[in-house]
Design a protein around this ligand. Structure first.
Ligand code: BES
Ligand code: MN
Ligand code: ZN
Length: 486
C-alpha cells in the first residue's frame, strides 16, 4: 500500500474520509453527512467510521467520517492509530483503489498523523500469494492512501514510520510463510535478499561451524531434520564505535513437531510460526537500518527445524551446550530453550553485548497465563524490564512481568547433567526462563520475552488482521529509540 501526501484537496478520489474529533463535527458538513452521522449514532469516538455519499460538483462521491476521539486525550496517539486502522479495515476490499484521508481540520501532531497512516498500512497488510482463485470482491482493491492537509512534519515522520511498516511487514511475511517455504536456509536467504543495500551486515554459521564451536544443544534439535540448522547474525553499527552493542536474540524454530516427544495433530500447523522470535528480530533489524538508527545492535536468529526422524535426539539424551554446561533432554518438545542457549552463548562470546533481549514462542504456559493480550517478560534487571515494558506500552505491544528466583531454578536440576530442559508440572514459562538465565554471563542485563501468545492472531486486532501480527518489531524499535538513541 502506497502512502502519499497532498497539501490541499485537489483531483478526484473514489473515496474521501474526513478525520473528526469526538462530538465536534465541522459546521460546514453536507447535510447528508452531518444528519446521516447523527442518525447513525456516529460521534467521532476513536476508530468509529460513518460512510455516506455526497454530491460534489455534479458527481456522487463516497465520503466517510472517521473518529479521532477527544482532542488532548491521553491516548490520542492510540486513537489516531485506531482511526487509520479502521479505515483500511473497512475499505481494503471495498472496490476503490484510492482513499483520501482529510486531516485538514484535525489537531493531530505530525507523529500522531504518521501513526494514523502507519496503522492504516499495517491493518491493510495481507499475504495472498497462494490464493489463485480469489473473486474480484475478495481481492484487495485499495492501493493508495493520500493524506490531505497533514500537519507540518508529517512527511518526515512518515519516512520513519514507513521504515517501521517495512520491518513489520517483513516479519509478518516470514511468520506467515509455511514451513515448506521458510526453513533455516531459506530464512537466511530471505533475510540476505531483503537486506541488500540497507547497510546491514549478515553472518551465517552452518552446522559444521556450529559443531566446531560446540553448539551441542542447538545441533541436538536440528539433527532430527533433513533441513540443516543455521545461526544468523545481523549487524547494525549506527552508533559510536566504542559503545558495546545491544543484542536481540530470536528463537527460530521454523517448524516444531515436538520431535520424538511429538505433539498431537490438532493445531500442529500453528508450529510454522514457532520462528516468530527470529522473525521479530529480523524485522526489527530492518527497521533500524531503514531509518538509520544511531545505535549498535546485533540481531541473532537461531534457526532449526524440530523433526522426529531416525536421527532425532531421544528423551534422556545428554547434550553439551557451547557454554560447556550439560543438559538432559527430558522432552524434545522443549526445544526452544536448547536453541536459545547456544545462540546466547555465541552472541556473548562474539559480540560482548551490554544488554541482551531474547524473544521466543517458548511455552504454551504463557498463553494459559496471559492469552493473546500480553507477552511475558522475565528479566534479571528491573531497569531493563521497566524500559521494555514502557516501550511496549507506547506501541501497543504489551508486556507483563513474571517472577524468577532460586526456588524456580532448582526445578531444572538434573540427576545426570547440569540441568534438564523441563521443570515440573507448574510454572512452565518461569522454569523455561530460568533455563535461559543459566546461559547469561556476568549478570549482563537480560530480558526474555515469551511471545507464544501474541505472534499469531485468531481474530483481527488494532493494527493487524487475523494471522501474523509482527509482534516485537515495533517494541524493539521503540526500545532502541527510547534507550539507545536518547
Ligand atoms: N513452540 C512451543 C510453545 C508453543 C506452544 C508456542 C503453543 C505456541 C503455541 C514450545 O517449543 C513447546 O513445545 N513448549 C512446550 C514445553 C514443555 C514440553 C515443557 C509446551 O509449552 O508445552
Ligand atoms: Mn516445542
Ligand atoms: Zn517450539
Amino acid at each position: 500500500m502506497q502512502i502519499q501526501f497532498l497539501a490541499a484537496a485537489s483531483g478526484s478520489f473514489g473515496l474521501i474520509a474526513l478525520a473528526v474529533n469526538e462530538d465536534a463535527l465541522p459546521g460546514d458538513l453536507e447535510p447528508a453527512l452531518a444528519q446521516g452521522a447523527s442518525r447513525a449514532r456516529f460521534t467521532g469516538k476513536a476508530g468509529q467510521v460513518f460512510e455516506g455519499f455526497v454530491e460534489r460538483g455534479g458527481a456522487v462521491v463516497r465520503a466517510a467520517l472517521v473518529g479521532l476521539g477527544k482532542p488532548g486525550a491521553a491516548d490520542r496517539a492510540e486513537a489516531a492509530e485506531k482511526a487509520g486502522a479502521a479505515l483500511s479495515a473497512r475499505y481494503l476490499t471495498a472496490g476503490e483503489p484510492t482513499l483520501a484521508i482529510d486531516l485538514t481540520g484535525s489537531d493531530l501532531t505530525a507523529e500522531e498523523a504518521a501513526g494514523l497512516l502507519l496503522a492504516a498500512r499495517l491493518r491493510g497488510w495481507r499475504y495472498d500469494i497462494y490464493h489463485t482463485k480469489f473473486t474480484d470482491e475478495q481481492k484487495t482493491s485499495l492501493e493508495t492512501i493520500t493524506a490531505i492537509g497533514a500537519p507540518e512534519g508529517t512527511e518526515e515522520a512518515w519516512t520513519i514510520a514507513s521504515a517501521v511498516a517495512e520491518g513489520v511487514e517483513f516479519t509478518r511475511t516470514l511468520v506467515t510463510e509455511p514451513a515448506n517455504i521458510i526453513y533455516p536456509e531459506s530464512f537466511v536467504a530471505r533475510a540476505k535478499a531483503r537486506y541488500e543495500g540497507t547497510g546491514l551486515v549478515v553472518r551465517v554459521l552452518d552446522e559444521e561451524e556450529m559443531g566446531i564451536l560446540g553448539m551441542g544443544a542447538l545441533l541436538g534439535v536440528a539433527q532430527g531434520s533433513v533441513k540443516p540448522g543455521r545461526m544468523l547474525a545481523i549487524e547494525w553499527k549506527g552508533g559510536d564505535e566504542a559503545t558495546a552493542p545491544t543484542a536481540f536474540v530470536g528463537k527460530g524454530v521454523t517448524f516444531d513437531t515436538g520431535g520424538i516427544s511429538i505433539k498431537g495433530a490438532a493445531g500442529m500447523e500453528d508450529m510454522k510460526w514457532d520462528m516468530g522470535g527470529a522473525g521479530a528480530v529480523a524485522g526489527a533489524m530492518l527497521v533500524l537500518a531503514l531509518r538509520g538508527a544511531k545505535a549498535n545492535v546485533i540481531g541473532v536468529c537461531g534457526l532449526v527445524e524440530n523433526m522426529p526422524d531416525a536421527n532425532a535426539q531421544r528423551p534422556g539424551d545428554v547434550v553439551t551446550s557451547m557454554s560447556g554446561q550439560t543438559i538432559e533432554v527430558i522432552n524434545t518438545d522443549a526445544e526452544g530453550r536448547l536453541v536459545l542457549c547456544d545462540a546466547l552463548t555465541w552472541v556473548q562470546k562474539e559480540y560482548k553485548p551490554a544488554t541482551i533481549v531474547d524473544l521466543a514462542t517458548l511455552t504454551g504456559a504463557i498463553i494459559a497465563a496471559l492469552a493473546d493480550e500480553y507477552a511475558g517478560i522475565f528479566s534479571n534487571n528491573d531497569d531493563l524490564a521497566a524500559k521494555l515494558t514502557a516501550a511496549g506500552q507506547t506501541v501497543g505491544e504489551k508486556l507483563w512481568r513474571f517472577p524468577m528466583g532460586s526456588t524456580y531454578d532448582k526445578l531444572i536440576d538434573s540427576p545426570i547433567a547440569d540441568m534438564k530442559n523441563v521443570g515440573g508440572r507448574y510454572g512452565g514459562s518461569i522454569t523455561a526462563a530460568q533455563f535461559i538465565k543459566r546461559f547469561v554471563e556476568n549478570d549482563t542485563p537480560w530480558a526474555h520475552l515469551d511471545i507464544a501468545g501474541v505472534v499469531w492472531a485468531d481474530k483481527p486486532g488494532a493494527t493487524f488482521d487475523k494471522g501474523a501480527t509482527g509482534y516485537g518489531v515495533r517494541l524493539l524499535d521503540q526500545y532502541v529509540r527510547d534507550v539507545l538513541e536518547a
